[in-house]
Design a protein around this ligand. Structure first.
Ligand SMILES: [Fe+2]
Length: 369
């Protein structure tokens, strides 16, 4: 016989089957213990099939089914519920987990200095045609600094998403990308020499890349979650350039010239301080240090970091070359090479620039953890 009324949306949705030979106790478990709602039940006198729903999850409780047991995870905000595990009909297991992941605390590790040379780089193929190279050596749960490449030009298979991070900055070192950000107006070009501070939670999407895009990206923590936002289409209509996202605001800037200030009393290096520090609420910074003539005068960069604050510092060479002295040995430091303190700077690990050419340019990325 044909139906007389249309089924509700829940009854038409995709569901997992839970076998329930003892139908009534199965129904009680889902409705009374797990707070599912009955979207449909049949037949009225002696039910053997019901569609039950909670939030975006739907099951069909079926007396006659012979399906294997389900494992259900219920995200909760209340930490005291985590670890509660229930067993329901047909061996259905229910685990309560934290809705927001707790990230590992940074372990107090001895500071080290890490030199990543471009010629020994290990490139890993990631999603959407991107290749990644770690610039800081071994995996560090608190932070990651990478060089990222997309060969050629073309559309990028990305979607509107956001990251659960405390500090994230991107610097374009080659090519360009068309990007769009929440509340920041129309899509724009992120080009060689541009800097972005991507505040926590801002929705964004990479639309296209051009001419062998290369980006240096720093993110803390490294083991962070990325969430999709299916409900937001970018560009959105709002333009609030100074909107704050957890105390930070979006910043996109460029510096083709580098003549702002003398770098640490040097007569051959200048420094351009980008707006990243101010946009991040001073938890991190990006400086561009540039040679305006060659020099053979030894320079030992000093970093003003308070003793008890964990920090990260990296120098990444974007042009030219230098000779550096580190741990009693000399190294050539050229385009694509990076030197970093992934577990914080310590004066005993200081490096020096013995000499550099006039093209020498480095990005300095710093983060106070
Ligand atoms: Fe992203």
């Amino acid at each position: 016989m044909q139906s007389t009324v249309d089924a509700n949306l829940e009854a038409k949705s995709i569901r997992s089957i839970v076998a329930a030979p003892d139908f009534q106790s199965g129904l009680n478990f889902f409705v009374n213990t797990l707070e599912f709602r009955i979207a449909m039940i049949s037949p009225a006198d002696d039910p053997d099939y019901a569609v039950l729903t909670r939030e975006q999850f739907t099951i069909a409780l079926d007396k006659k089914a012979e399906s294997p047991p389900l494992l259900i995870e219920i995200p909760v905000e209340d930490q005291s519920l985590v670890g509660t595990n229930l067993v329901g009909p047909n061996g259905t297991r229910v685990n309560y987990v934290l809705a927001n992941r707790n990230y590992k605390q940074r372990e107090n590790r001895e500071p080290i200095i890490n030199l990543s040379l471009s010629e020994n780089a290990d490139w890993v193929h990631g999603r959407a045609g991107m290749s990644y190279r770690s610039l800081i050596g071994a995996h560090n749960e608190m932070l990651i600094a990478s060089q990222i490449r997309i060969e050629g030009s073309g559309k990028v298979k990305d979607w509107v998403h956001y990251h659960d991070v405390s500090f994230q900055t991107l610097i374009c070192i080659n090519g360009a990308a068309k990007l769009v950000y929440e509340d920041q107006g129309e899509p724009f070009l992120f080009e060689k020499g541009d800097y972005i501070l991507q505040p926590p939670g801002i929705r964004h999407q990479v639309l296209e890349s051009f001419n062998d895009l290369e980006v240096v990206e720093f993110t803390s923590p490294s083991d962070h979650a990325t969430f999709s936002d299916f409900g937001m289409k970018l560009p959105n209509s709002v333009e609030k350039e100074q909107r704050y996202f957890l105390g930070q605001h979006f910043s996109h800037s460029s510096s083709e010239s580098c003549e702002e200030m003398v770098y640490q009393k040097s007569d051959s290096l200048n420094v351009y301080m980008t707006p990243i520090a101010a946009a991040s609420g001073n938890i991190g910074w990006v400086n561009k240090i540039c040679g305006h003539k060659g020099s053979e005068k030894k320079l030992t960069p000093s970093f003003e970091i308070s003793e008890n604050k964990l920090s990260f510092i990296m120098w990444f060479v974007t042009d030219g070359s230098a000779e550096i002295e580190v741990g009693g040995r000399k190294e050539t430091f050229k385009t694509g090479d990076a030197i970093s303190y992934p577990y914080g700077f310590h004066p005993s690990l200081q490096f020096s620039i013995a000499k550099h050419d006039s093209q020498f340019q480095v990005l300095e990325i710093g983060f106070l953890g």
